[in-house]
Design a protein around this ligand. Structure first.
Ligand code: SF4
Length: 329
């Protein structure tokens, strides 16, 4: 089967699947305190429908799947979906991005179902600041979940993603650096992107990867590691050999040129870029019993028009209507 490729010659190998738009946190940079109107149950793809789309895409060479949300662990019986996906011949790897609140409960089942890599979103290591940012007093629960996960050798490397916010994250750097140096967790700082529910994002709020790198390097010198193709993070090793730390800089150092990612929303729409202003409905043809060949054609046509890059900071940039919580990381 011909490798799925976009109109810029990029091979698409990575699918992010949002299994729900719902979340048990209310992060300030993502959604308002009252949440957002959730999708109706019947709009959400069933596990069988997700597995069907993943199967069609995997046959086209899209063999890495990352499960996201909202918060994926709040969707019931998620390990069943994981087992369905890992049993698909062309799927090479299934990973997950979670806020960690339900990890203590689900870690073992997810590892046993075949999750290969875990990204856990933790933006503060201080209880009161964590609460202020997520509107949940949940740091202790998340750290217990991480400990439970870390007991599984198959779950490593475990990556901890911290959204970098100017005027907030600077004070968190020492604790995250210590975490990266003292544990097996790989810490990455992610620049704040214009995907917030209240559309209040501004360039001034972005604490750049370069600024964070300078803060860390000033105390613990860093050596760059070679960047893997299509990787989002720029990873550094501490010069004294004690761990690694990474910076994901979509705003200040975009990595679109070798982007190999597409996304499937919880309600069955294909997004060819995180910042797409258009989507392709796959749920309707799925429910109208389209054949694999028909789905293949719809997908190839949509991906051929994949955006070359995002246009953050350019005149005319338009923030997508769909928020990060409804797209998934
Ligand atoms: S912004 Fe779009 S094109 Fe750029 S890396 Fe992200 S998904 Fe790919």
């Amino acid at each position: 089967m011909e490798q799925l490729t976009d109109g810029h010659g990029r091979a698409i190998q990575d699918l992010r699947v949002s299994v729900t738009d719902r979340c048990n946190f209310r992060c300030q940079y993502c959604m308002p305190a009252e949440g957002i109107p959730w999708l109706e149950r019947e709009q959400i793809l069933t596990y069988e429908e997700i597995a069907r789309v993943v199967g069609v895409l995997a046959a086209m060479g899209v063999h890495d799947v990352r499960l996201t949300g909202g918060e994926p662990l709040i969707r019931r019986d998620l390990p069943r979906l994981v087992a369905m996906l890992t049993s698909l011949g062309d799927v090479r790897e299934v990973s997950i991005t979670t806020n960690g609140f339900l990890l203590e409960r689900d870690a073992t089942a997810l590892v046993e179902a075949g999750i290969a890599r875990f990204n856990v979103s933790v933006d503060s290591l201080q209880r009161d600041r964590f609460y202020r940012l997520t509107r949940r007093d949940a740091l202790a629960q998340v750290l217990r979940g991480l400990e439970e996960l870390a007991r599984h050798p198959d779950a490593h490397p475990i990556k901890i993603n911290a959204v970098a916010l100017r005027g907030f994250t600077e004070d968190e750097v020492p604790a995250f650096v210590e975490l990266a140096r003292e544990t097996a967790y790989e810490v990455r700082f992610i620049e704040f992107m214009p995907l917030d529910g209240s559309h209040e994002w501004s360039q001034e709020q972005v604490l750049t990867g370069a600024e964070l790198h300078a803060l860390v390097h000033a105390v613990h010198p860093l050596d760059p590691e070679p960047r893997e193709p299509s990787a989002t993070a720029r990873v550094y090793r501490f010069a004294d050999g004690r761990g690694r730390i990474g910076f994901i800089n979509p705003v200040s150092e975009p990595f679109c040129s070798d982007c190999n990612r597409i996304r499937l929303t919880a309600d069955g729409h294909l997004r060819t870029c995180l910042f797409s202003l258009r989507e392709t409905d796959l749920r309707t043809p799925l429910r109208e019993r389209a054949s694999d060949a028909e789905l293949d054609e719809i997908i190839r046509r949509a991906v051929w028009r994949k955006e070359l890059k995002h246009r953050i900071g350019e005149p005319g940039f338009v923030q997508p209507d769909r928020t990060m919580s409804a797209i998934g990381g």
